[in-house]
Write a protein that binds this ligand. Sequence first.
Ligand code: ADE
Length: 221
Amino acid sequence: MRLDIFTLFPEAFDWFQQQRPVRNAIAAGSELRLFSYRDSTPLGAGQVDDAPYGGGAGMVLRVDVVDAALQAAYPDAARPRVVLLAPGGKLLDDELATELALEPGLALLCGRYEGFDQRVHEHLADDEVSIGRYVLAGGELAAMVVADAVFRKLPGALGHADSAVEESFSEALEGAPEYPHYTRPPSYMGWEVPEILLSGDHARVHAWRLEQSRERARRLR
Ligand code: ADE
């Protein structure tokens, strides 16, 4: 997977790039690249936005600026799937994260201010993804959420090979939240670890975990 993020604030991703699953996935052959709209803007003085036609508050990211950034990143016309982050987009869930993780390449477009010129939505983006029905100051945090959910599904991202298979909302757990985890000590302040987990009976442990998962799913409904 080659994940490209387009933003006005590439430095916002410094912390994210240092995270273990991201570093692991990169060591295993994936790529993460950051592009600043300002580096490729065709306008003077690093301009990227403009006042909205028809008036109103705020500034709008220009379509020519976003297109120039995509052209600079993909000069030979072949573009990866382009996903624009917007509060009104398709809600991110595990299924969508899995689908995105299967793409050979992905471009995430982060907006700021009042968002993108509508022509970016209509002509440059393939999909719009939202991390929730609330408005953030920009797409950067949303892009990090998407990138985190996608990267941890890539080969080599997690230390243990099975970690992303049997986790919350995975097929292995029938799309349900993950079962509870316990570790030592077995008893603390009278709070006990369920007996069955100490039994060493793998089949019963497995059945118990699946039931716990289903119970959590029922509570979410
Ligand atoms: N940009 C601003 N708010 C957002 C949200 N909730 N999801 C995705 N992108 C956004």
